[in-house]
Design a protein around this ligand. Structure first.
Ligand code: ADP
Length: 229
């Protein structure tokens, strides 16, 4: 059956409602919440602080470490707590997508730890986590070249849709493409692909993500302005 309509009535190029908030974890050096509809991510930043064991220190630049976790009650059926292959992979890609914006050369011998917790999950959690983490790094006052905006595109039946939810992700033939973009330069710092696409569809997905990332960037700037106005 051709995919002509989205179940929740959204247009193909329409995201779920997005919202960012900064300073949600008072004990952290920086923190933020970011949500796409009912997918909610919280990020807490600790550091920069001395990296131990000492032999891991680099006098030329600091280290960014990202951890991702989905809380047991974030999904309908209880998820087994603790790390697994998926959370390790997402921690790693979060790190890779944020590294280009951080001026780590200003933090020799130091480490910055970023903890992403998904409190509610309905697909797109790695993207919500990246959006929250980049806000939390800015909240911590770290030297940054830009924020990072991330969102998942979906491709099915030759159509490209933005910010797919879990129902859409499970549609037969759906390709999930999480993408992170540096809004100032348009540089892509994350592009994953789960499924099949052709060149045109991938180009269209990138264009659509670039277009909607302006809205994500605005929501992030609004969240920072609300705290620091
Ligand atoms: P992302 O959340 O970045 O889209 P995935 O594609 O791996 O990453 O996961 C898609 C969605 O599947 C999650 O957002 C969540 O709603 C659901 N999900 C993932 N892992 C589990 C799990 N262990 N138990 C139940 N639901 C899960």
């Amino acid at each position: 059956m051709a995919y002509t309509k989205r179940l929740d009535g959204r247009k193909f190029d329409e995201m779920r409602e997005i919202e960012g908030k900064v300073g949600v974890v008072k004990n952290a050096d920086g923190s933020a919440m970011f949500k796409f509809g009912d997918t909610v991510a919280i990020a807490a930043v600790y550091g920069p602080k001395d990296l131990y064991p000492r032999f891991m220190q680099n006098p030329k630049k600091g280290k960014l470490r990202c951890y991702y976790d989905m809380i047991s009650f974030s999904v309908n059926e209880r998820k087994r707590p603790g790390p697994d292959r998926r959370s390790n992979e997402i921690g790693l890609v979060t790190e890779k997508s944020l590294t280009p914006v951080l001026s780590l050369e200003n933090y020799p011998n130091a480490v910055v730890d970023v903890f992403v917790q998904i409190v509610q999950a309905n697909a797109g959690t790695r993207c919500a986590g990246i959006c929250a983490a980049s806000l939390a790094l800015a909240d911590a006052g770290l030297d940054m070249k830009d924020l990072v905006c991330a969102v998942s595109a979906g491709v099915v039946d030759g159509k490209v849709l933005i910010d797919i939810d879990k129902y859409e992700e499970d549609v037969e033939g759906m390709t999930d493409i999480p993408i992170a973009i540096l809004p100032r330069t348009g540089e892509v710092s994350l592009l994953q692909l789960d499924g099949k696409v052709n060149r045109e569809e991938l180009k269209e997905a990138l264009e659509l993500v670039k277009k909607v990332s302006k809205k994500i960037h605005n929501a992030q700037k609004k969240a920072l302005q609300e705290k620091f106005k």
